[in-house]
Design a binder for this molecule. Sequence first.
Ligand SMILES: O=C(O)CCC(=O)C(=O)O
Length: 300
Amino acid sequence: MGDGQEEREATDVSVSYQQGAGAVSVSYQQEFERDGYAVSRAVFGPAEVDALREHFMALRRRGSHPGDLVGVAAGSRDPLRRYPRMAQMHRWDDTTLRWLLDRRLADRLTGLLGAEPYAVQSMLYFKPPGSRGQALHQDNFYLRAEPGTCVAAWMALDRAEEDNGCVLVVPGSHRWPILCTRQADTRVSFTDVTVPIPAGERARPVRMDPGDVLFFHGSLVHGSMPNTTTDRFRRSLIGHYLQADARQVAEYYHPALRMDGTPLRLAVSEGGGPCGEWTDRDGVPTVVMSGRHTVTRKHE
Ligand SMILES: O=C(O)CCC(=O)C(=O)O
């Protein structure tokens, strides 16, 4: 980021991790509670990551699939139309389903959340060279998991750094309520809404190697910058989960799955509701729930 401020890098926790529910290090949980995110290094090995990367590239080459949010346009000038992201592949692709419910993810999520979560979404971002990023947002604006929140497991399939558009996070923003959105700059983001962050807060890059998994809270403000390279994809496989006390989620995310793969019935969350707006109180940026949003998008 080049402004001389020290970066707070998530600690490598893979060394202290042991198999079994709840077995993540205390520092890892503390990091997640303090910052709203934590990185678990080398959760999946190089051979597994290579196989997953090839699997999804082969699927994309075959054309469109159920759940695609936009179609494949092979001749498009927009790299994201040549390689659009995939969504909800676990509903028809066994490789994705096995990854989404993988014991290594289940154990880590259980350690962070205190109980085994429910899986509700899979996504694959190809993010080829020259593609736009995704404006800052909060996932639970879309999922509307209640009570509690959703949590993402974001696994790098390529090395992810600033130049190819790694994830950006605003540490501590998971304590903010769901904020009102405003228009995003669609020259740098493929989504058209964003959330404002007050002066003094900064989105920080999370650099990751293939097989590392970033876990983050549903209220954490995050996004990504464009991939400015000419020759490096930034592929990632993403799972979204609900805390086990969730009783409802937006319609698009049904059916939720227990981590043993069995479906469970949850209620459907309604769209819209109050949202937070920043105001200045004696020089301190403070959120007041003075706004109201109407969710028109089914998904993030
Ligand atoms: O991978 C990215 O570029 C952004 C991912 C993201 O915002 C998300 O998974 O919610």
